[in-house]
Design a protein around this ligand. Sequence first.
Ligand code: SF4
Ligand code: SF4
Length: 146
Amino acid sequence: MTGRQGNPFNGETLQKRPSRELDLEGVVRAIGVEDVRTIDPNDAKAVRRALKEAVASDELSVLVFRSPCVLIDRIRETPYAVSESCTACGVCSTLGCPAIAKDLANDHALIDAAQCIGCGQCAQYCAYGAIVQPASGSSSEGGSHE
Ligand code: SF4
Ligand code: SF4
């Protein structure tokens, strides 16, 4: 999350030259932190579990959320879409994903297929199973309901 800038942990300098890639978890352990965990930020259950355990722990915990940058090397998966099961609860919009909007006619969620990278995070938070990933090639242009 550096705005595409090189940093000591992604193997690039600010001038985009190749550089030695430091081991972030190793650096944290080297300064004495024993509870260091690497978590996939796209796995909502794993994120929640790790945060709960870290907050409950009496020791210092460091959580490293590691996943390819969506702007640089994320492979786009088939975009997700919102089905008619949407209850307009609004939970998915709290994720802050720019691909998720609201249908002004009924408050149902809308997903812009042009912006969705298919990470699946919103589907993990929808308690109604309303966010689905259509079979590749069958998603509607520009997103919206199925
Ligand atoms: S898609 Fe799911 S989480 Fe989003 S508003 Fe509809 S019911 Fe709620
Ligand atoms: S699948 Fe990922 S990118 Fe697509 S709308 Fe959901 S959270 Fe956003």
